[in-house]
Design a protein around this ligand. Structure first.
Ligand SMILES: Nc1ncnc2c1ncn2[C@@H]1O[C@H](COP(=O)(O)OP(=O)(O)O)[C@@H](O)[C@H]1O
Ligand SMILES: [Mg+2]
Length: 234
């Protein structure tokens, strides 16, 4: 479904991604692991058009996306939920969700999708008219994921969805990731919580200083001694 081929990207004169190649199949959850600064967020930004691609290709459902701007990605079927829950604090929960569907005009289907988001995140339904800035950190993360789903993506790029959340909410986020996937959405999941990520993912990659150093099934990665010592605490 998604094929990233020898992707090179960076900021200014700095190159952060050195020929990164990875794939996400339809219906898959693929984890992208790596230490802080390895280039995980940069990879997602390059895929979703937020950062120019310097070399290599991003191919989604057979089409090259290299020069498709970020605001057209939703229409192509890709939603990016960036790091740090970029919700709009001064808008309500409903309004934030509405923005997630900006590329669509099918009002009835949008309402159905909003109800589906409320099914995944009941707390958002209770807080529909509350300003997003007044939600807790966990609720804001749920809203960010819900907004990403409102574009009705076939591929969801999730950047550190569990970062900074209390353990109980981390569990909730990962079980929701599983449910989203069961509804047919493929996910590329960036996580520092390698333990949880490998529990939900089918496959995974390890990114080290902008290079893919390991690619395997989630099960094999969780058993790999170097993954265990670097990301799973031994
Ligand atoms: N906006 C930016 N401008 C310049 N350098 C950046 C910017 N964002 C990230 N970087 C650098 O790019 C590298 C990869 O960052 P990032 O993709 O955010 O890593 P990760 O998400 O794996 O923690 C890091 O060295 C980081 O400092
Ligand atoms: Mg990051």
């Amino acid at each position: 479904m998604l094929r990233v081929e020898s992707l090179v990207a960076g900021y200014g004169r700095i190159t952060c991604l050195h020929e990164v190649s990875l794939e996400v199949g339809a219906g898959e959850i693929v984890a992208l692991l790596g230490a802080n600064g390895a280039g995980k967020s940069t990879t997602l930004k390059a895929i979703s058009g937020l950062l120019p691609i310097r070399a290599g290709r991003v191919v989604f459902e057979g089409e090259t996306l290299n020069s498709v701007p970020a605001h057209q990605m939703a229409r192509r079927g890709i939603s990016h939920v960036p790091e740090g829950r970029r919700i709009l604090a001064r808008l309500t929960v409903d309004e934030n969700l509405e923005l997630g569907a900006y590329a669509r005009s099918d009002r009835k289907a949008i309402r159905q999708d909003r109800d589906r988001v409320f099914g995944l995140f009941p707390v958002l339904a209770e807080r529909r008219r509350q300003l997003a800035g007044t939600l807790s950190g966990g609720e804001q993360q749920m809203l960010a994921m819900g907004r990403g789903l409102m574009a009705r993506p076939r591929l969801l790029l999730l950047d550190e969805p569990s970062l900074g959340l209390a353990p109980r909410l981390v569990e909730a986020v990962f079980s929701t990731i599983r449910r989203i996937n069961q509804e047919g959405v493929a996910l590329l999941l960036v996580e520092q919580n390698a333990y949880q990520a490998l529990r939900v993912a089918h496959r995974g990659y390890v990114l080290d200083a902008g290079r893919i150093t390991l690619a395997d099934t989630a099960e094999h990665l969780a058993d790999n001694p170097s993954v265990r010592s670097a990301y799973l605490g031994g």
